[in-house]
Ligand binder design. Sequence first.
Ligand code: SAM
Length: 231
Amino acid sequence: MVPPFVSLCLPHTFFFFFGCLLCTAGNNACLMPLLWAVQSRDTVFYDTPRLVYHIDEFAVGALTSYYARTLPPKADVLDLCSSWVSHLPDDYEAGSVTGLGMVTAELDKNPRLTTRVTQDLNENPSLPFEDASFDVITNVVSVDYLTQPLAIFKEMARVLRPGGSAVMSFSNRCFPSKAIDIWLRTSDMEHAFIVGCYFHYAGGFGPPQAQDISPNPGITDPMFIVRAMKR
Ligand SMILES: C[S@@+](CC[C@H](N)C(=O)[O-])C[C@H]1O[C@@H](n2cnc3c(N)ncnc32)[C@H](O)[C@@H]1O
């Protein structure tokens, strides 16, 4: 008779000897080769570039129009969780646009970027920039993937110039295996509160403001903004 404790250990012993680990990727238990186990989950997830839009054309249009209305001229922009597209208006003249994301091949395809940084913010939330380097920080449909949000928002406050703004935008779509647990259990409105709390508790920002810029509520992808100004 095998004691329950031992029988629980047996599968792990088995997979150890066969060079595999039993691990949890998102909501699904799966086997990963030992090689993968030394990489972070994000590195595995972003092994392959995704040169796609993550929201529909109406939501993209709403965000680009919002930027057209609100971005100060000639701003130095930091696009966090950047990819092949930053959704800036074609005729918007930035001072500079720095993109930080996980996939070099995606960043290389982004024509708006003047500087590209490949970094996993969940592994290393320190932003590799001097204090007060940027006028605007954007993060499009990715704030829900940050597992150390307070550390990153503190860093955002550090690298923003006084009076600069951080603009977090999100819809109601995500990769469920990537999003943090609380995001999956909460509504659109609660997502705005969550992001507002990030600003509030990180410190260094004025009161966060939320805005629903959904172009066709209830019909096409919604779009929400939570933004705050660096004090
Ligand atoms: C849903 S896509 C959004 C891309 C882009 N912002 C857009 O609007 O299409 C998520 C992006 O966030 C980046 N990302 C995800 N997790 C990240 C992390 N831990 N650190 C840095 N970037 C990350 C990935 O490189 C990926 O391109």
